[in-house]
Design a protein around this ligand. Structure first.
Ligand code: PLP
Length: 385
């Protein structure tokens, strides 16, 4: 049996060896604590769960949903954008529900890339910004995120040849994996670049609701001209503790939203209507208010411990991750393997997020405080010089 050549284009799966070692440790009876994946540990808010229960009991929600989504859901997204960001959206033309940001980012590649077309993807970055273009037959061109520019991509460094072939540009602030918040003027520069080179800017707003120290993250669509050249992917996964629910939306440029819809009608059959009703309840209530303080507390716990074992790290102002340099003499993977070996704690190698992530590791803050404290204690004991 021969699988398609498409999958062969994907880069090797960097977590494979780490996962094998985790399995070995668990089999040997080690109590492994995973700070690898970013999956909120706290439950979805009760009113959202209640709305789902009520809606699921109504047979009217049991049939194929429309891929446009219920008008009530699109209107709820529009009201949320108005309240939260001061952005006015037309629920008929500028909003479409998505089955999570991952689906949406991936399918935008299918909707906008032909063979040989380029998607500009941040390095380090969320892996779907590179896997998506490859699977769509296009080419991801990595733009390094520069720490000296506040983890902005240096758009001036994009070659003329790549700029000519570029159709998509992925941005993401607050940023996974670096935890950086929006660098000054970046959205304006991206809009100018998009106008000059006829590129669709895709801003992944997965972490706008998890920010700290009083920082409030903006929407890309607040920037003048953004809707002419771009879209935003807004997800309820992280901000509302709803990763399993697959609830997001593509919002912004009406032509892009329409192209994505045409593609989607051939791929999936929309979001379960009961989940749509629950998403309306979530948007109306807003994200659970206690979450940023919980992550901020965990962030401080982790950053203090890292300082104590000699790892210099700037506390991030957003996301649910801490991004830190590996000590001298290690690669990302050798350090993560050492940490697992010595302390039974799983952390992610920075190189899994792109070549520019080499030399870093990522810690996720999505485990209960007691487990995080235990993990941090083990790191301190086993790794102190
Ligand atoms: C930057 C970024 N975008 C998208 C996603 C996926 O979000 P969703 O659960 O909405 O598919 C993640 C998940 O970790 C992420 O970090």
């Amino acid at each position: 049996m021969k699988a398609s050549g498409r999958a062969d284009r994907l880069p090797p799966y960097l977590f494979a060896e780490l996962e094998r070692k985790v399995r070995e440790k668990k089999a040997a009876g080690v109590d492994v604590i995973s700070l690898g994946i970013g999956d909120p540990d706290l439950p979805t808010p009760t009113p959202v769960v209640d709305a789902l229960s009520r809606a699921a009991a109504d047979p009217a929600t049991h049939q194929y949903p429309s891929n446009r989504g219920r008008p009530e859901l699109r209107e709820a997204f529009a009201r949320f954008y108005g309240r939260r960001f001061g952005v006015t959206l037309d629920p008929e033309r500028e909003i479409l529900p998505a089955l999570g940001a991952k689906e949406c980012v991936f399918n935008l590649n299918l909707a906008f890339l032909d063979a040989e077309d380029v998607a500009l993807a941040a390095d380090p970055g969320y892996p779907v910004y590179t896997g998506g273009p490859l699977l769509a037959g296009g080419e991801p061109v990595l733009i390094p995120l520069r720490p000296d520019l506040g983890f902005a991509p240096d758009l001036d460094a994009v070659s003329a040849a790549d700029a000519r072939r570029a159709r998509l540009m992925f941005l993401n602030y607050p940023n996974n994996p670096t935890g950086a918040v929006l660098p000054d003027g970046l959205f304006e520069r991206a809009i100018a670049f998009a106008r000059e080179h006829d590129v669709l800017v895709v801003h992944d707003a997965s972490y706008t609701e998890t920010t700290f120290d009083g920082y409030v993250a903006p929407s890309f669509l607040e920037t003048p001209g953004a809707t002419e050249v771009g879209v935003e992917v807004f997800s309820l996964s992280k901000g509302w503790n709803m990763t399993g629910w697959r609830t997001a939306a593509l919002v912004g440029n009406a032509e892009a939203v329409e192209a994505y819809w045409r593609l989607k009608t051939n791929i999936d059959s929309g979001m379960f209507e009961a989940v749509q009703e629950a998403a309306v309840a979530a948007l109306e209530a807003g994200p659970p208010r206690e979450m940023p303080a919980i992550y901020e507390r965990r962030r401080d716990l982790v950053c203090d411990a890292l300082h104590q074992i000699g790892v210099g790290v700037a506390p991030p102002k957003g996301t649910i991750y801490v991004w830190a340099p590996v000590p001298d003499g290690h690669t990302s993977t050798s350090y993560c393997e050492l940490v697992l070996e010595e302390s039974g704690v799983v952390i992610s190698p920075g190189s899994a997020y792109g070549p520019n992530g080499e030399g870093f590791f990522r810690i996720s803050l999505t485990v209960p405080d007691e487990r995080l404290r235990e993990a941090v204690e083990r790191l301190r004991e086993s790794l102190s010089a």
